[in-house]
Write a protein that binds this ligand. Structure first.
Ligand SMILES: C[S@@+](CC[C@H](N)C(=O)[O-])C[C@H]1O[C@@H](n2cnc3c(N)ncnc32)[C@H](O)[C@@H]1O
Length: 209
């Protein structure tokens, strides 16, 4: 079992600026998906390979994983995938990175760290202030995907996002019309583990209105 990284630790005050689109991607005009807490990024490598009409950006707080993922992108000469290191809250609140909001079509939070103890809930990646930032900055029509195997965490995330009047729940079926960053329903590493162990998956999609 890996030790969770405390995002509130001072070690994570340092962040990387999100580079300009042209520095990150071969074709900056493609639709952009952001995966927050992407770990080693294997899910994004899989997505980038099959969905060449999308650009994928991963944010991850564990620096070593980001360094390795960046090297893999260069080695494999992948042009529609980029990784940024740091606490997603600090990165997206950084004025130098906020240009990205205008470009984002969707964001995923896949199996975020649950931080079970109540006094640790403030370490959870989905926080009211963060959702407020997203609600003020994302374009209308942008989507947020959340997925977890922890019911308590799901209820907390759902309550936090649904309490913001700029987000509305949409049905999975509506994605057929809107289009998804993951049309082939590829799975993250945690999702594969959850399926293998026959655990429940709780998921929801929200649209910025
Ligand atoms: C349980 S793992 C899930 C990894 C992957 N999404 C999956 O489904 O397999 C959660 C990941 O989120 C990262 N993380 C937690 N808080 C974060 C934050 N504030 N900013 C960026 N990454 C964060 C953790 O380091 C970890 O890699």
């Amino acid at each position: 079992m890996r030790q969770h990284v405390n995002p509130l630790s001072r070690n994570f005050a340092e962040i990387e600026r999100i580079p300009f689109l042209i520095e990150m991607f071969g074709d900056p005009k493609l639709k952009l998906h952001l995966d927050i807490g992407c770990a080693s990024g294997e899910f994004l490598f899989d997505l980038a390979l099959v969905n060449t009409s999308w650009n994928y950006l991963g944010i991850e707080i564990r620096e070593k994983l980001v360094k390795t993922a960046k090297l893999k992108v260069i080695e494999r000469e992948i042009k529609n995938l980029y990784f940024v290191f740091g606490n997603a809250h600090n990165i997206l609140n950084d004025v130098n990175s906020q240009f990205i909001f205008k470009k984002i079509k969707s964001i995923s939070f896949n199996f975020p760290d649950p931080w079970f103890k109540k006094r640790h809930h403030k370490r959870r990646v989905i926080q009211p202030e963060f959702i407020n930032t997203l609600s003020n900055s994302l374009q209308k029509g942008a989507l947020i995907f959340v997925k977890t195997d922890v019911k308590d965490l799901f209820d907390y995330m759902d309550w936090t996002i649904s309490s913001n009047f700029n987000f509305k729940i949409i049905d999975k079926k509506d994605l057929n019309f809107i289009g998804s960053f993951n049309p082939n329903k590829l799975k993250t590493n945690r999702e594969k583990y959850v399926i293998d162990n026959q655990l429940n998956i709780f998921e929801r999609i929200y649209i910025k209105i």
